[in-house]
Each structure stands twice: as structure tokens, then as C-alpha cells.
Design a protein around this ligand. Structure first.
Ligand code: NAD
Length: 282
């Protein structure tokens, strides 16, 4: 699978595009308008700097060659006409995903494999809208794909096992470590582990059992892990745990969301990206 089209060029879509081009794939970046696509030039500069900083074998020449392998298009039929594989990274809303796949199904070649990067929706929720459920599955990336390079491959009951393997192979070709998720599971492997872990840290803090610093310190010293839950909250940013806490039925998680709003979000402490969260950053 040499020709990739990515639908949606936001946080994750842009990373998938750049990483795949860096690995030698020919990539078409699709988004709703040319104005949105024009912003990608700045995004490539940001990603080039990150690759040079984080990857010892990255060179300016390799990074320029990656950008040269990317074409943009705001015309869906044009964007997918040569695609061997389409990866969708549009906003995390079922109605938008379903509509997007209905539209793609009308114009993509019959042989094209379809993948969603959805974090919380299940492939079986979307498959009926793709016109080719046997060729539809999830390929889920983690934020900062060039260094946190898991590619969780997860089908639904009707996904063709050969297509599943093809996508796992593709994930490897673009520098991911393919994780074969053998059953549909909300949160895949990663978030099935991470979310309960973060909730447990939050509960210790809300109940006044220990400070964020001591909770992180305990976890790091006793297990050798590089980060504790509150350092991870800072990287994720406060808005995601806030939204999850507000929609939780657990009163402890709701209280955590209220603390996040009052003591952090309302003061502009949004996490590492803003220079301050539970910790202060340079
Ligand atoms: P984002 O909001 O940064 O980007 C979404 C992009 O989709 C925007 O460029 C927007 O213009 C475009 N878009 C909107 N409607 C569209 C449509 N109908 N057709 C094509 N493009 C459209 O979102 P994101 O954070 O990149 O998330 C995208 C997907 O990736 C979601 O499913 C999310 O669950 C998943 N994901 C996100 C992360 C993360 O850390 N942000 C990690 C893993 C997976």
C-alpha cells in the first residue's frame, strides 16, 4: 500500500500524513477547504523541528523529501482516486464520521482499504456506512506518532482477516509498532490501561490521600515508570480529563473535574502546553 489519503488534517491527521510521507509513502491530505489546507505549511515546519529534536536519524534533506511526497486536496473524489488506503482523522463525532464515510464510499476505488483513527468510537458503529465493512477497521495512533509509535489495529466482527493483516503491515511500514487488538474493545489496549490508572490517581488526590507530587513519586520510584498520573494529565492537557469527569457518573471523578476547573483551567493552567498544570514548565 503505497498511496495513502488522510481525511482531516488536525492534530492527529497532520502527524499521520507527515509520518507516512517520512516513511516513503505518497500521501494526499484532505480537509474541508483550501484555507484549512494552507495552514499545513506551518505545521510541517513544527513537525520538522520535532523530528530533528527527537529522532537521531532525521536530517533536513529527509524531512524536505517527506514534504515533497504530500499533496493536498479539498475535493474528496480527487483526494481518494488513487488511494490504496484511506485513514480518517475527522472530529470525534459519530455523525461526522458516518457522513464522511458515506461520502468516501461513493467515490473511492473498490479496492481501497478504509481505516478510522477514532479514539472512542467502535469500528462496528461506523462500518455500516462504509459500503465495504469487510475492508473497514481502526488504525489508532497515539499523539506524537513519531516517538509514541504504537499503531493499534482493531477490526469489527465483519473485518476480513487478510485486510487486518495488510493494515498491520502498513502500520509497520510507516514506523509504527503494530498492536493487534483481537476483539473490539472501547479504548483499545492503551486507553483500557491508561484511563483506570489516571482515574485511580485522581481519586487519591480528590480524597486527600496524597499530593499529586507524592502520587507521581510513588509510582515512578516503585515501578521505574518515567511518569506518574499527574505528569500524564499535564501532557494530555486539562480539558480532556475535565470533560470526561463532567460526564462521569462517579462523584469522585465529578469532583476532580470541578477541582480542575476551579484551580487550574480558570487560572489558565491548562497543562504542559500552556507552561503550567500540576507542575510548572520552562
Ligand atoms: P482536530 O479537531 O485537531 O482535527 C480534525 C480535522 O478534521 C480538522 O482539520 C477539521 O477541519 C477536519 N474536518 C472536520 N470535519 C471534516 C469533514 N467532514 N471531512 C474532513 N475533515 C473534516 O482533531 P484530532 O485531535 O486530530 O482528532 C481526530 C481524530 O483522531 C479523532 O477521531 C480522535 O479521536 C482521534 N485521535 C486523536 C488523538 C489526539 O491526541 N488528539 C489521539 C488519537 C486519536
Amino acid at each position: 500500500m503505497q498511496n495513502l489519503t488522510v481525511l482531516g488534517t488536525g492534530v492527529l491527521g497532520s502527524q499521520i500524513i507527515f509520518q507516512s510521507a517520512y516513511a516513503g509513502k505518497d500521501v494526499v491530505a484532505y480537509d474541508l477547504s483550501d484555507e484549512i489546507l494552507a495552514k499545513l505549511a506551518d505545521r510541517w515546519e513544527y513537525l520538522k523541528a520535532a523530528y530533528l529534536r527527537d529522532l537521531p536519524d532525521a536530517t533536513p534533506e529527509k524531512l524536505d523529501a517527506a514534504v515533497a511526497r504530500i499533496r493536498t486536496s479539498a475535493d474528496l473524489a480527487d483526494a481518494v482516486k488513487d488511494a490504496d488506503i484511506v485513514i480518517e482523522a475527522v472530529p470525534e463525532r459519530l455523525d461526522i464520521k458516518q457522513q464522511t464515510w458515506e461520502d468516501v464510499a461513493k467515490v473511492a476505488p473498490e479496492t481501497t482499504v478504509f481505516c478510522t483513527n477514532s479514539s472512542t468510537l467502535l469500528p462496528s458503529d461506523i462500518a455500516p456506512f462504509t459500503g465495504r465493512p469487510e475492508k473497514f477497521l481502526a488504525l489508532h495512533f497515539a499523539n506524537e506518532v513519531w516517538k509514541f509509535n504504537t499503531g493499534e489495529v482493531m477490526g469489527h466482527a465483519g473485518t476480513d482477516p487478510q485486510v487486518f493483516e495488510q493494515v498491520a503491515q502498513f502500520a509497520e511500514e510507516i514506523g509504527m509498532v503494530p498492536i493487534r487488538v483481537r476483539k473490539e474493545q472501547p479504548g483499545y489496549v492503551l486507553n483500557s490501561l491508561l484511563v483506570p490508572f489516571l482515574n485511580a490517581g485522581a481519586a487519591l488526590f480528590v480524597k486527600g490521600v496524597a499530593s499529586p507530587e507524592d502520587i507521581d513519586r510513588t509510582w515512578k520510584i516503585a515501578t521505574g515508570a518515567p511518569s506518574g498520573p499527574f505528569e500524564i494529565f499535564d501532557v494530555v492537557g486539562m480539558m480532556t480529563p475535565y470533560n470526561l469527569g463532567m460526564s462521569s457518573s462517579d462523584p469522585v471523578q465529578q469532583e476532580f473535574a470541578e477541582i480542575l476547573k476551579r484551580d487550574y483551567i480558570d487560572k489558565g493552567y491548562l497543562g504542559k502546553g500552556s507552561g503550567r498544570g500540576f507542575y510548572t514548565y520552562e
